[in-house]
Design a protein around this ligand. Structure first.
Ligand code: GAL
Length: 647
């Protein structure tokens, strides 16, 4: 990563380059326009497999050699794709068992992309063979700066339920449990006569008459993330062997679909890459984008990450695809840089003339360089080139939110007290007030070292292991401020209810037990009252989405339910524990009340905004260089203003 940035001499700027979609003579204009736009990095070859290997084992490298040479001659570095995200049609024809299968048995065929199951040894064999050829051929090419493995693993096909997958799932389970007795216990198979007597009886959780076994489904999600990761690792293994000094990454697709356990994935990358597509029609999209960027930075302990894709303007895959208004692409790009990105790349360089993405915007639109989009692209390239000193600097954050994939997977299973509880909505309900208050947050796993944070917020941790609960508990014992929201600490790693019920192993630090859940219907709310504590602020305070009845065992009520099922019970509590304090929310306060509450928690924890006094729709983030130089990046989403100050 450092080598990549040293080589570029600053922030990376560019996009996906798919020259095979155009006649070769366009490439000369591409080079001239790239130079004009300040492009210094392109990701190349993402969907080129069928063009470089038109028949099994027959390669056509000549055209690809020319493109790489041309880029090198023009001083443009290449993040070279391994080309394995879309196998050529010949692979499906020769080996239909490489195709993915849905839970209902539908086989997904070629003609789009990502039509492979990661568990297919045949797919892996062909993929790694190609990767080896690529690495040998281009490993010493002057344009090569990094490897881009696959493309958005799992974005279209996160799970596959075929025979090949069943075999791999069983092997994964044997590895995890060792013997069937342990598996039967972990999956609670005494329920509904599900006990397994032989490994061969176990199948992926295919379409079934009613609710499937939740522990089986949870393990299948773990397995599916691991199966994709195994594909990535197989390719990376080849790359490491042939080109040990070239950094390796793969681009994560937009948060929302939790297919991959990004904590496990990021550990296998040299640098984290993310694709970001905030909806220009959504007035809150920049808040969710900020959350995603904070997570990307945190996945590798605060190291700079690469924004590997974003749209210069409109996408093609929403129902209505709005362009980005003037200035918004610049603002969104700077938002990523403010939150730790060292690269701003787009999908894609030149707009496609044919294919499913011909209406997706590009740096060079169909209308050519005489366009608003290209003018903005050129201007941004100039700005980023002038901000080279930001590369490698790190974001300062005193607060963190907790996120855990297995818990997310388990939370969103069916047959729960409420189907309205969604992990990302919950995360953002806690993140948005902190964002509005100007507080920079990392997003970390529950078992990570929390000692550097003054405040840790757990929006929801339905599934918690004893070790993670102990980590959160000792964080408070040692002086930390912890906020935990409802329906946390409910189950263990196998989705079995913790003894004594929620919040399970978090009961000690929170000083309470939950005796009843009272989830709320859409539009329903409960009134909150406070016994003169001042924690709710002015005006009516309401709880939404959920309510529950805690039994206090040391915690004190900061607010109580004044209506609804748990009327009279504590709704918000505070529990001094060891050197620190733990707060609990037994409901989702309305946004204003949530903000009032979190403002007070921040004040108590001495957590301050990076810059105080900013309007609510502005954000400021500080990046710090190793020599202590600080840069304050201030972005106003109301006016689309961007400022970068040395502080
Ligand atoms: C990404 C993908 C790109 C392109 C883009 C369009 O998910 O990696 O190849 O399809 O979306 O928005």
């Amino acid at each position: 990563m450092t080598d990549l940035l040293t080589r570029l001499g600053g922030l990376a700027y560019g996009g996906d380059y798919n020259p095979e979609q155009w006649p070769p003579e366009v490439q000369a204009e591409d080079m001239a326009l790239m130079r004009e736009a300040g492009v210094n990095l392109v990701t190349l070859g993402i969907f080129s497999w069928a063009m470089v290997e038109p028949e099994p084992g027959r390669y056509d490298w000549a055209w690809f050699d020319r493109v790489l040479d041309l880029l090198a001659e023009n001083g443009i570095a290449v993040c070279l794709a391994t080309m394995t995200a879309s196998p050529p049609p010949w692979l499906a024809r020769a080996h239909p068992e490489t195709l993915p299968v849905r839970a209902d048995g539908t086989v997904l065929g070629p003609g789009a992309r990502q039509h492979f199951t990661p568990s297919s040894p045949v797919y892996r064999r062909y993929a790694t063979r190609l990767v080896e050829r690529l690495a040998i051929r281009y490993g010493a090419h002057p344009a090569l700066a990094a490897w881009h493995v696959g493309n958005e693993y799992g974005c279209h096909v996160a799970e596959s339920y075929g025979e090949v997958d069943a075999v791999a799932f069983r092997a994964w389970l044997r590895d995890r449990y060792g013997d069937l007795g342990a598996l039967n216990a972990a999956w609670s198979t005494a329920f509904w006569s599900q006990r397994y007597g032989a490994w061969e009886e176990i199948e992926p959780p295919r379409a079934a008459p009613t609710f499937g076994n939740p522990a089986q489904r949870l393990d299948f999600r773990r397995f599916s993330s691991d199966a994709l990761l195994a594909c990535y690792r197989a390719e990376r293994g080849v790359l490491r062997r042939v080109t040990p000094d070239v950094p390796v990454t793969t681009n994560f697709f937009p948060l929302g679909n939790p297919a991959l356990d990004l904590h496990a994935w990021a550990a296998e990358e040299d640098v984290v890459s993310y694709d970001s597509y905030p909806d220009p029609a959504d007035p809150e999209a920049h808040v969710a984008a900020a959350y995603a960027y904070d997570l990307m930075r945190s996945l590798k302990g605060g190291a700079p990450w690469l924004l590997l894709e974003q749209a210069p303007s409109a996408v093609n895959w929403r129902v209505v695809n709005r362009p980005k208004a003037p200035g918004r692409m610049r603002l969104g790009s700077w938002q990523a840089v403010a939150r730790g990105a060292d690269a701003v790349l787009f999908f894609q360089w030149r707009a496609s003339r044919g294919g499913a993405e011909k209406f997706h915007s590009a740096m060079v639109p169909h209308a050519g360089p005489q366009s608003r989009t290209f003018a903005e692209v050129r201007e941004l390239g100039r700005e980023l080139a002038g901000s080279a000193e930001l590369a490698g600097t790190r974001v300062l954050a005193d607060a963190a939110l907790v996120l855990d994939w297995p818990s997310w997977w388990a939370l969103e299973q069916p047959s729960h007290p409420s189907g309205r509880l969604r992990q990302m909505g919950t995360n953002l309900a806690h993140y948005a007030p902190l964002w509005r208050a100007g507080v920079t947050c990392d997003v970390v796993r529950p078992g990570s070292d929390l000692s550097r944070y003054r405040l840790v917020v757990v929006p929801n941790l339905y599934l918690v292991s004893a070790a993670d609960a102990e980590n959160l508990t000792s964080y408070v014992r040692d002086g930390g401020h912890l906020v935990v929201s409802f329906f946390s600490g409910v189950v263990d790693e196998q989705d079995r209810i913790h003894a004594g019920g929620a919040p399970g192993p978090l009961a000690e630090v929170l000083g309470l037990h939950v005796t009843e859940f009272w989830p709320l219907a859409k539009g329903e709310h409960v009134d909150l009252a406070e016994p003169g504590t001042g924690w709710l602020g002015e005006g009516a305070a309401r709880g939404t989405l959920w309510s529950e009845a805690p039994r206090l065992e040391g915690a004190l009520a900061l607010a109580t339910f004044a209506s609804g099922g748990p009327s009279g019970h504590a709704a918000i509590t505070r529990h001094p524990y060891g050197e620190g304090v733990a707060y609990y929310l037994a409901t989702r306060p309305d946004p204003a009340t949530m903000r009032t509450f979190l403002d007070q928690v921040c004040a108590a924890a001495s957590v301050h905004p990076a810059v105080s006094g900013l309007p609510d729709d502005a954000e400021a983030v500080i990046r710090e260089a190793t020599d202590g130089t600080r840069y304050v990046i201030t972005l106003d989403h109301a006016t689309a203003d961007v400022r970068i100050d040395r502080a």
